[in-house]
Design a protein around this ligand. Sequence first.
Ligand code: NAD
Ligand code: IPM
Ligand code: MN
Length: 354
Amino acid sequence: MKRHRLAVIAGDGIGPEVIEAALGALAVAAARFDFALDIERLPYSADHYLATRETIPDEAVEHLRRDVDAILVGALGDPRVPGNEHARDILLGLRFRLDLYVNLRPVTLLHPSLCALRAPAGGGGRAIDFVIFRENTEGLYVGAGGGLRTGTPDEIQLAEEIHTRRGVERIIRYAFEWARAHGKTRLTMADKANAVPAHRLWGRVFAEVGADYPDIEREHRYVDALAMELVREPERFQAIVTQNLFGDILSDLGAGLVGGLGISPSANLHPGRAGLFEPVHGSAPPLAGKNVANPFAALLTAALMLRELGHPDAAAALEDAVRAAFAAGVTTPDLGGQTGTREVATWIAEHLSR
Ligand code: NAD
Ligand code: IPM
Ligand code: MN
């Protein structure tokens, strides 16, 4: 029997509630598909930070680098830590320090009722299904910069955006490889090179790397125009590759098209290493502890993890169970339903065990 070591950081706010739902489904999937998960829970969170002043220690990062097969994260962010320093160290810290350069964020319409858009002119349903490949280790997120004369009328804040040839090339290549492996015919690259000359690197690398993939059409969009087109005609997109900040923003836009943050999963990957899997959403503090948080994003994130761990059948079964819940109207209030977080989790676990 295959065994996988899974580290879990439930985190803050609704994180622990949605993680419980995911772990319940994973236990059922393991029993049905004959694999085992050795689960290790790590305490890193706002509570832990406020109690100890420790965000995530170096030993824990090394442990995650060496000794686990996957990391599952709920959400990080808490109003009691207004500077967000624990979340930056834990979430961005792990993405950077484990060099998880691919942030894969699928945008898939799983049920017609979830679409925020009206039906297309000419009738028929919507078929939205694309993946955003967000570069996850560079761009504006590197934290290069600083403040001068902070708190005075002459205050200056600098944040430098970093794009390296290697960093841009590896995410673009990953996106082309993924497109080819998944039978896609077009990859869209978004930048803002008309205003920011540094972004021309993306265009050059996209053309160079793309020459190795003559079967995939290369399409360029300025990110502002892409945001508009994603709302007007999302079905024409298959895969999108872009820098860190634009990928962050576009993935919430994508989530909004297909049901919102409550259902959008993501994976942080580096081929050959343990990945970090997390819902796109945050800790939603006002919803915490009320049994109303939508667990579908965490459940679909668990499915992404199962696929990466080599269990495509289990992943597909979990995704089918989520689709069945939508079809049966078993949803949380954010989607107009009346089912609680735990009750959705129970429904999914029962459906999956059949
Ligand atoms: P958020 O994702 O927590 O919430 C945005 C909106 O979506 C809110 O209206 C919220 O109620 C709703 N929402 C999100 N997840 C939901 C779910 N599972 N079920 C139902 N509704 C859901 O984003 P925010 O409000 O901008 O940020 C809150 C905190 O989370 C901040 O501290 C932020 O930094 C942090 N954050 C963390 C992550 C992460 O851990 N990956 C991601 C985004 C934001
Ligand atoms: C996300 C979040 C994070 C990001 C925040 C919490 C730092 O918005 O995972 O999308 O910007 O990457
Ligand atoms: Mn985000």
